[in-house]
Write a protein that binds this ligand. Structure first.
Ligand SMILES: [Fe+2]
Length: 156
């Protein structure tokens, strides 16, 4: 795979993190009682986009250190479309607490199940470290969302 294609994949990953930030921004607006919870996730997803953007720049001149053969670009494009379509819908029609949490959990978990951040094979310890950090953060997000969901279910 060429360097350009690698950067395309990384740029799509940036767009995906930004799409999650946008989704959680809508949740901030629509679910004011959980504003702080969603805002923290917005902040972190933006941070993830930044890490990936930085990686993309760093890899600008490299070809061999990054291998994205296993990456399913079509699946990512489909998931991006779905995410932005749903975000628009939630923006227009609103969404309840439990549904917002279930939707977020689904997003974060499917990234983990698809081994989203493990598809790159890299010789560079620095790159591996960045991707590993993103994976760990995503796993924490899933955990936090799940916990919030359980506590709300417990209240009702
Ligand atoms: Fe996340």
């Amino acid at each position: 795979m060429t360097n350009i294609a690698n950067n395309t994949v990384l740029n799509m990953m940036v767009l995906h993190e930004e799409a999650l930030a946008k989704l959680y921004t809508v949740f901030c607006e629509k679910i004011p009682e959980m504003r702080d919870f969603w805002y923290e996730l917005v902040r972190e997803e933006k941070g993830h986009a930044e890490v990936l953007r930085h990686l993309s720049k760093k890899l600008g001149g490299e070809i061999k250190s990054f291998n994205s053969r296993k990456f399913n670009v079509t699946a990512l494009a489909t998931s991006l479309d779905f995410l932005s379509e749903r975000t628009d819908r939630f923006q227009k029609k609103g969404i309840g607490i439990l549904k917002s949490l279930a939707f977020a959990l689904d997003q974060e978990q499917s990234m983990l199940e698809n081994k989203y951040f493990e598809v790159f094979e890299s010789d560079s310890p620095e790159i591996r470290k960045d991707l590993d950090l993103l994976r760990k953060h995503t796993s924490k997000h899933a955990g936090r969302v799940k916990k919030a969901m359980e506590s709300i279910k417990g209240e009702s």
